[in-house]
Design a protein around this ligand. Structure first.
Ligand SMILES: O=C(CO)[C@H](O)[C@H](O)COP(=O)(O)O
Ligand SMILES: [Co+2]
Length: 221
């Protein structure tokens, strides 16, 4: 099943409650929340208090993408704030197994994200304890960048390994996803599509959400 997770990084931060309401009305499945600490990536965005505030107003599950150093330390706070899914970076420096366990024992779904330079094989040892793998299709840090088509073989490799081992792990893609790139990633095996600028640059969010979904569903077959 294809899920669409609009990234509120490109939304109007002065009106977040209205924005998450509008993407829910527009047919989104999840709300993608990009947390950046100015250390793991060269940008600072949303933190724990904003996630807690979003939880109060969002009808959709919160898909929290931690682009931070030491996600293990911050996991309890993001769980308490109401994160439904927490994805952290394999390159973050935290113990990967301990961080997955902390997220899952707190009742959230756990994802591991891979920067473009990190090979698919790096996540294989953790696949059987993961709900999701996030294959970044841009360098993490900023919205509005161009899709990296050379990440498609990595998506295929993660999907092939999941199929080989009989694991039903979600594969998320994040960065430069729009109705043109959605079919490429869906064909490669991704099923959770994050889209920021492609959704929020439109007046009517239902339009790009439907277009991305339709293009992905058709390509996935
Ligand atoms: O994690 C991210 C950046 O690090 C964002 O989720 C991503 O860039 C979405 O924005 P866009 O769809 O505009 O590329
Ligand atoms: Co993201």
């Amino acid at each position: 099943m294809i899920l669409i997770s609009p990234s509120i990084l490109s939304s109007d931060f002065a009106n977040l409650a209205r924005e998450v309401g509008a993407i829910a009305d527009g047919g989104a499945d999840l709300v993608h929340v990009d947390v950046m600490d100015g250390h793991f990536v060269p940008n600072i965005t949303i933190g724990v208090p904003v996630v807690a505030s979003l939880k109060k107003v969002s009808a959709l599950p919160l898909d929290v993408h931690l682009m931070i150093s030491d996600p293990l330390f911050y996991t309890p706070a993001f769980l308490k704030a109401g994160s439904d899914m927490i994805t952290f970076h394999l390159e973050s420096g935290s113990d990967v197994s301990k961080t997955i366990d902390a997220i899952r024992s707190g009742g959230a779904k756990a994802g591991v994200a891979l920067k473009p330079a990190t090979p698919a094989e790096a996540v294989f040892p953790y696949l059987d304890r993961l709900d999701m793998v996030l294959v970044m299709t841009v360098e993490p840090g900023f919205g509005g960048q161009s899709f990296m088509a050379d990440m498609l073989p990595k998506i295929e490799a993660v999907r092939a390994e999941c199929l080989r081992r009989g694991l039903s792990v979600d594969i998320q893609v994040d960065g430069g996803i729009d109705p043109k790139t959605a079919p490429l990633v869906a064909k490669a095996g991704a099923n959770v599509l994050v889209a920021g600028s492609a959704v929020f640059k439109h007046e009517d969010y239902a339009e790009p959400i439907a277009a991305i979904r339709q293009a992905a569903v058709e390509a996935a077959g």
